[in-house]
Design a protein around this ligand. Structure first.
Ligand SMILES: [Zn+2]
Length: 64
C-alpha cells in the first residue's frame, strides 16, 4: 500500500477541513495555479495566503 502525504486546510467560513495532497501543493499551490480552495460545504472560497503557500512548499520539500 502506498502512503500519501496529505495536509489539511481549513475553510475560513465554516471551518471544514479540506485535504490537500502533496501533489496539489507541489503542482498547483506552488505555481500559483490554485489561488483559493473551494469549500464543498458552504461554497466559500478560502484564499490561500502567501505565507501559507510558502510553509506548504517547505513541507513538501520544494523550498530552496
Ligand atoms: Zn466552508
Amino acid at each position: 500500500m502506498k502512503r500519501r502525504t496529505v495536509y489539511l486546510a481549513l475553510c475560513e467560513k465554516c471551518g471544514l477541513p479540506k485535504k490537500i495532497t502533496k501533489y496539489a501543493i507541489r503542482n498547483y499551490w506552488k505555481n500559483n495555479i490554485t489561488k483559493d480552495e473551494y469549500c464543498s460545504n458552504c461554497h466559500h472560497h478560502t484564499e490561500i495566503p502567501e505565507h501559507l503557500r510558502k510553509i506548504a512548499a517547505e513541507l513538501v520539500g520544494e523550498a530552496k
